[in-house]
Design a protein around this ligand. Structure first.
Ligand SMILES: O=C(O)c1ccccc1NCC(=O)[C@H](O)[C@H](O)COP(=O)(O)O
Length: 226
């Protein structure tokens, strides 16, 4: 599932049929399911397959893994049949390209941004992944590499090659996503914590508010127009 020219809105970390239904009803373009046992959003393969089947044809199905080996990805791809594999660990450009070639699915590579050096590294992934997701760099002692609800300094992205297309994530929520889109001009946005009432507990109301706010900003509506 290659990206289109239209902006993409992704709701990540969905784990129940009810909140998946809310994301689909709100018009999310991509829905993400987390395979990382230490995460409060982790779903096992059987549950992920059931959720994916409910979303198939209505939104792009994104399966998120962290430094998964081929055996783990074999099992996940066979069970879930995702449209996109989100690689959220330390995968290199070579590993991203190898995953794409082996499984024949689109790859979304998440990259943590905390310094100018992190921004410099982004370009090396451009040919190896179909989508680049720029996220807040997790602290060294973080329990997981993403889904932490932390923003990063968006001004760092001013040094990015303007020809590079990327999605923005990291601490977005219904209140700040419009400003983020107007300032950073990403090709898409991704949220998890910002549409939750507690870690792993998604809110249908917050999902709807997030998608609506992002759509308004992508449509070029000025801030303050509801
Ligand atoms: O959500 C998790 O628990 C998670 C665990 C391991 C790797 C990545 C994880 N989440 C990634 C995301 O949900 C998003 O792609 C991104 O990090 C934005 O998250 P948030 O700042 O919570 O909106």
């Amino acid at each position: 599932m290659p990206p289109t020219a239209a902006p993409e809105i992704k709701i990540c970390g969905l784990s129940t049929p009810e909140t998946l239904a809310a994301a689909l009803a709100a018009g999310a373009d991509l829905v993400g399911f987390v395979s990382f046992p230490r995460s409060p959003r982790h779903v096992g393969l059987d549950a992920m397959a059931t959720l994916a089947d409910a979303a198939r044809g209505r939104a792009g199905i994104v399966a998120l893994t962290v430094d998964a080996d081929d055996a783990a990805l074999d099992a996940l791809v066979a069970a879930v049949r995702p449209d996109i594999l989100q690689l959220h660990g330390h995968e290199t450009p070579e590993r991203c390209a190898a995953v794409r070639a082996r499984f024949g699915v689109s790859v979304m590579k998440a990259l943590g941004i905390g310094t100018a050096a992190d921004v410099s590294a982004v370009a090396s992934f451009a040919g190896a992944a179909d989508r680049l997701l720029l996220d807040a760099k997790p602290p060294k002692d973080a329990s997981r590499p993403g889904g932490l609800g932390a923003t990063f300094d968006w001004s760092l992205l001013e040094d990015l090659d303007p020809a590079l297309s990327f999605m923005l994530s990291g601490g977005l929520d219904p209140d700040n996503v419009g400003a983020a889109i107007r300032r950073v001009r990403p090709a898409g946005v991704d949220v998890s914590s910002g549409v939750e009432t507690a870690p792993g507990v998604k809110s249908a109301a917050l999902i709807a508010a997030f998608v609506a706010a992002a759509r308004r900003a992508f449509a070029g509506e000025p801030a303050g127009v509801a």
